[in-house]
Design a binder for this molecule. Structure first.
Ligand code: ATP
Length: 236
């Protein structure tokens, strides 16, 4: 089943003569376990597309379904988007955005607690996620005590904790050197493969493209090219 299904999604900012169509009508579908890159020059509409898919910034037109739920159909559909997002979508940013006075474990556990999971169970699951990302030994460290790559893995853990159907990453490797960037990419790939989340990463980073199943190229708000790796996402 498609985790993300968007049809004719477009975004126009401003009105009249000042209107800018940041995203031309765009349709695409992303399967469970698929690792997708959005590539394109600055201002091409990558963030606009990501913000539209997650309905953080609802589009002007189009239809958006995530994990079988129609969230937008040329307007709101009455779904509680904030609750849906919290349960079904994990976010990873260029800067990790960890809470500085919480440990790695607490940063991850907090996400679960926000979804109503009790404290003990949150801690247990957070520890499991940190173990999965090979960073359990840093569970009690504060963000400032960790390297950039470690911080980013904790941030991935936070995005992953709820086992979301969809993970959205905005330039997750941009702040990292090649080795750490490669490791973060490998983690995203592992998550897609093993946990069957769909992962969409906005990137400028050509070094990382090799690991993706599908690469969408955006130019001036238009989807210009789609490349699929020979291997593709293995059927689940
Ligand atoms: N809230 C907004 N109001 C008006 N114009 C906007 C808004 N957000 C984005 N734009 C415009 O829409 C276009 C696409 O922007 P977007 O941020 O999606 O590009 P991007 O590909 O993510 O760029 P970058 O790689 O620099 O982050 C740009 O021309 C931008 O100036």
């Amino acid at each position: 089943m498609a985790v993300v299904e968007i049809q004719n999604v477009s975004q126009t900012f401003g009105h009249g003569e000042l209107a800018v169509q940041a995203l031309k009508p765009t349709s695409l579908s992303i399967e469970a376990g698929e690792l997708v890159a959005l590539l394109g020059p600055s201002g091409s509409g990558k963030s606009t597309l990501l913000l539209a898919i997650s309905l953080i910034q609802p589009p002007t037109t189009g239809r958006i379904a995530i994990d079988g739920q129609v969230l937008f159909d040329d307007g709101p559909t009455g779904i509680d988007v904030r609750a849906f997002r919290r349960q079904k979508i994990g976010f990873i940013f260029q800067q990790h955005n960890l809470i500085p006075f919480l440990t790695a474990l607490e940063n991850v556990a907090l996400m679960l607690q926000l979804n109503g999971v009790g404290r003990r169970e949150s801690n247990r699951r957070a520890m499991e996620v940190l173990g999965y990302l090979e960073i359990a030994h840093r569970a009690d460290s504060l963000p400032a005590q960790m390297s950039g790559g470690e911080q980013q893995r904790v941030a991935i853990g936070r995005a992953l904790a709820n086992e979301p159907a969809l993970i959205l990453a905005d330039e997750p490797t941009a702040a990292l050197d090649t080795e750490r960037g490669t490791k973060v990419m490998a983690m995203l790939r592992k998550i897609a493969r093993e946990r069957r989340s769909a992962v969409i990463a906005v990137t400028h980073d050509h070094r990382m493209i090799a690991g993706f199943d599908t690469v969408y190229h955006l130019d001036d708000g238009r989807l210009t090219q789609v490349e699929r790796s020979a291997e593709g996402a293995e059927p689940g």
